[in-house]
Design a protein around this ligand. Structure first.
Ligand code: PSV
Ligand code: MN
Ligand code: MN
Length: 388
């Protein structure tokens, strides 16, 4: 059995990007409940993200969403973040909150609407030039509700044509990550519903286009770790949007509903060469905290990823290979489960302390007084953008 100390160095390679929108108020279409201390500005969202990194050492970058996080001077925003010890990460585009996009954005039948959506993406790349971000994230709400409503085939062509214009504007060190989602807001067909569609478009575009896998965007029962293995094999897994779900796109705390699934995913990430700063696979959270406090919600999230990553690194792959080769089904499964059932929490607490981090980041946050401070200082915090 591999021990935690033997994987300690590899754990250093874990970096999780947090989403700016997780710090704003969010909810469902029924009600958005405000929580105290919610950021009023982008700078305050970044300060909260920095707190998560300060206490965990796991979250060195924060993803932006445009226009939710639009500011006049992104160079200054970058400096603000750097001053707090974090970087600005992935830039998320938004082509789903404008009346013009009612029937689609990059896939719209009207070239003027497609142009508008492309221009928005180009603006996002201009912002990336200033923030130093590598990735442009594209998630499209495009689709139809009724059979016959749209020309599904033509929309694929328009999509590729639009994406090409965005792709051609990417700088040498920039990438586009195309996210898929099987339904919602469209209920009959979605223009990028699955990894295969995203992969097909990315392949056609070129090496700077990669697939983004959001764990909440699959039908129940989907073997997500298989998709991970396949995309890594094909060299097209660009990023993850981590979250947890019971029913649909719940955006709950990653690892909360099914930690075993997160373990299985991280195992394939590690095995497929997708782990670590040079792997080209960005691990991001895409979550909302509707009821719980947001900063501790994010701390818990990154810790969950760390715990399941540690367990995945603990799998005795040599013994596993041997058992698999021998066709020893139960031995192979037993080796896998041994790692999953290992309680890594005490070992990780020691790992943190040895690096000058609090052994228990959740407790350290509660003791820090930060929440009380922002509760008093910040009145009238912003909605994350969802449901706005
Ligand atoms: C909508 O499903 C969504 O949750 C996508 O997962 C995006 O990544 C996210 O919104 C932010 O735009
Ligand atoms: Mn997502
Ligand atoms: Mn989603």
């Amino acid at each position: 059995m591999t021990t935690l100390s033997s994987i300690a160095a590899r754990l250093e390679g874990l970096a999780i990007e947090v989403p700016s929108w997780a710090y704003g108020n969010s909810g469902t279409r029924f009600k958005v409940f405000a929580t105290a201390g919610t950021p009023r500005t982008v700078e305050e969202k970044i300060a909260d993200a920095a707190k998560v990194h300060e206490l965990t050492g796991l979250a060195p970058a924060v993803a932006l969403h445009i226009p939710w996080d639009k500011v006049d001077d992104f160079g200054r925003l970058k400096e603000h973040a750097a001053g707090l010890g974090i970087a600005l990460g992935t830039v998320n585009s938004n082509t789903f909150q404008d009346d013009d996009y009612k029937f689609g954005s990059l896939t719209h039948s009207d070239p003027a609407v497609r142009r508008k959506a492309v221009d928005h993406m180009l603006e996002c790349i201009d912002i990336m030039d200033q923030t130093g971000s590598r990735d442009l994230k594209i998630w499209l709400a495009d689709g139809t509700n009724y059979p016959g409503q749209g020309n599904m085939r033509a929309r694929q062509d328009w999509l590729q044509e639009s994406l090409r214009q965005v792709y051609d504007r990417l700088g040498d060190h920039q990438r586009m990550v195309l996210e898929y989602k099987f339904f919602e807001p469209a209920f009959y067909h979605t223009d990028v519903p699955d990894w295969g569609t995203s992969y097909a478009h990315c392949l056609e575009l070129g090496e700077k286009a990669m697939v983004c896998l959001d764990t909440g965007h699959h039908a129940p029962g989907t073997n997500i770790e298989f998709i991970v293995a396949q995309l890594l094999r094909l060299g097209k897994l660009g990023s993850f949007d981590f979250n947890s779900r019971f029913y649909a796109d719940d955006d709950l705390i990653v690892g909360s509903a099914d930690p075993f699934q997160l373990f299985r995913i991280m195992f394939e990430v590690v095995r497929g060469g997708g782990f670590g700063p040079d792997s080209g696979v960005a691990l991001m959270l895409d979550q909302c905290h509707n009821l719980e406090e947001k900063i501790p919600g994010q701390i818990r999230s990154v810790l969950n990823v760390q715990e399941m990553t540690a367990r995945a690194l603990l799998v005795d792959t040599e013994a596993l290979d041997t058992a698999q080769q021998a066709g020893d089904v139960l031995a192979a499964n037993g080796i896998f489960m041994d790692a999953f059932y290992t309680d890594v929490r005490p070992g990780l607490a020691e790992w943190r302390e040895s690096r000058g981090l609090p052994a228990d980041p959740m407790a350290a946050y509660r003791a820090s007084g930060y929440q009380e401070k922002i509760n008093t200082e910040r009145q009238g915090g912003q909605q994350a953008g969802w449901g706005a």
